[in-house]
Design a protein around this ligand. Structure first.
Ligand SMILES: Cc1ncc(COP(=O)(O)O)c(C=O)c1O
Length: 456
């Protein structure tokens, strides 16, 4: 008799095509059927527990099956499952939009208030919405010559064609390049790329000078600049100084182009503030949110913008200015209730304060790794920490991607019951906020063991 796990794996591999996976790998790499989850722990059908150190692709903010979210979902399911959001509305969509508007980033001296909420149903779709809204805004006000976007090198914004166009991670982009829009790529302020003797602030200033040069040449044809504030996540958890954000906001204002802040991965307390934009004291023209928004229970995304944008679309139907973008599950009531429950927890509990203590504990645990002969960088922003594996510490030459050393760390993690899913040579931690100091210790210990094995 095959074990229940083996049977599930065989059935899965016969019919399911998994995301972000070369399916051939599963000839040797274990596929893990998960039966249940609670807090930071995933429970396999094999009876083993796995610490979810990456919050299931950064979605599971508070921990799996947070009882407050579960209760809200059960209650919602008893009243309204779904209704299309065109021509209809419902309390969860209204309540959530009001709450998002209430907590949205504000800045002293900036009149922009993010008071309009457009829903979509995943991160990439939110990016599509923001790109289209910006382009369409300029068209509606008679500036149809603005058709391009500026994105940062090393940035990631999703994998639908528009979002992939403004993504600069070759692994995802290269194959599809012939299908994509051609954005203008500006150098990232990534502090890991600092020249010798440069500080993170210098690095940010250098990137801003390059951005100024690009805007001087291209602003007339540019709709918006898109940025992942503070951490370029999928591009390798590359971090930058908050002064880049304030400088970028000022440049976008000087050259009259929109600023799109993609906080899909970093929003809701991940970087130490509720939104990363707050650390640069900026209000973007478009704020993209998803992932942690529902605490990792259901897909939902939202794009917030201000009244000037909304007003450019508001006209008699015959003017042809409406934003007709639509997804069937836009503003799904269950997803909105899950998001409301998540935001209630963030409002009522000292989550940011607790995260600060957890982040300090994590920092203490990883600090000694800076001396490791094959770790070229140890970096952290709030509840995101990363270790950069290098072949040569003095030159920071990376290990060739084909050696797949990160995959060895992943395999070891699974054996030891910790889900680490490195991004190439970057081993990172992005755990749910309910993790304990002891669980942090375990997560780091297993990563270090995995790194030693991967170096053999
Ligand atoms: C910054 C950022 N933007 C957009 C996305 C795309 O979100 P989704 O995977 O829900 O389409 C991601 C996903 O990792 C992301 O990290």
């Amino acid at each position: 008799m095959p074990s229940p796990t083996a049977e599930l794996v065989a059935r899965d591999l016969a019919v399911v095509w998994h995301p972000c996976t070369q399916m051939h790998d599963h000839q040797t790499l274990p596929m893990l059927p998960i039966a249940s989850a609670q807090g930071v722990w995933l429970h396999g059908h094999d009876g083993k527990a796995y610490l979810d150190a990456v919050s299931s692709w950064w979605t599971c903010l508070l921990g799996h099956r947070d009882p407050r979210i579960v209760a809200a979902l059960k209650d919602q399911l008893d009243t309204l499952d779904h209704v299309m959001l065109a021509g209809f509305t419902h309390e969860p969509a209204i309540d959530l939009a009001e709450e998002l508007v209430r907590i949205a980033p504000r800045a002293v001296g900036d009149a922009r208030e993010l008071r309009r909420v457009f829903y979509a149903d995943n991160g990439s779709s939110a990016v599509e919405v923001a790109l289209k809204l910006s382009f369409h805004y300029w068209r509606n006000i008679g500036r149809g010559e603005r058709t391009r976007f500026i994105a940062l090198t090393g940035g990631y914004h999703g994998e639908t064609l528009g979002a992939l166009s403004v993504t600069d991670v070759p692994l995802y982009r290269q194959t599809y390049a012939p299908l994509l829009l051609e954005p203008i790529f500006a150098p990232s302020p990534d502090a890991y790329a600092c020249a010798p003797g440069e500080t993170a602030i210098d690095c940010a200033q250098r990137a801003l000078a390059a951005m100024r040069g690009l805007l001087e040449r291209h602003a007339h044809e540019v709709c918006a600049v898109i940025v992942e504030p503070l951490v370029q996540c999928a591009g390798g958890m590359r971090m930058h100084h908050p002064s880049y954000l304030s400088g970028l906001r000022a440049l976008c204002d000087d050259f009259d182009v929109h600023l799109i802040a993609d906080e899909i991965a970093v929003g809701f307390g991940r970087t130490g503030s509720l939104f990363a934009c707050e650390q640069g004291a900026i209000v973007p023209d478009f704020l993209c949110l998803s992932k942690g928004l529902t605490g990792g229970t259901l897909p939902l995304s939202a794009v917030l913008t201000h009244e000037q944008v909304y007003a450019a679309f508001y006209a008699e139907y015959s003017a042809g200015k409406a934003f007709l973008h639509s997804h069937s599950y836009t503003g799904n009531p269950l997803a909105c209730r899950a998001a409301l429950a998540t935001l209630t927890v963030l409002r009522e509990e000292p989550i940011l304060e607790r995260n600060r203590a957890l982040a300090a504990h994590l920092a203490k645990r990883i600090a000694p790794l800076a001396a490791h002969p094959h770790i070229g960088d140890v970096r952290q922003t709030g509840m995101i920490a990363a270790l950069e594996l290098v072949a040569n510490k003095s030159t920071r030459a990376p290990f060739p991607g084909s050696e797949r050393r990160g995959l060895r760390v992943y395999r070891h993690g699974l054996e030891r019951g910790v889900v680490l899913r490195p991004l190439g040579n970057v081993i990172y931690f992005m755990p749910p906020y309910c993790i304990t100091p002891e669980e942090i210790d375990l997560m780091v210990e297993v990563a270090v063991e995995g790194i030693e094995l991967a170096l053999r």
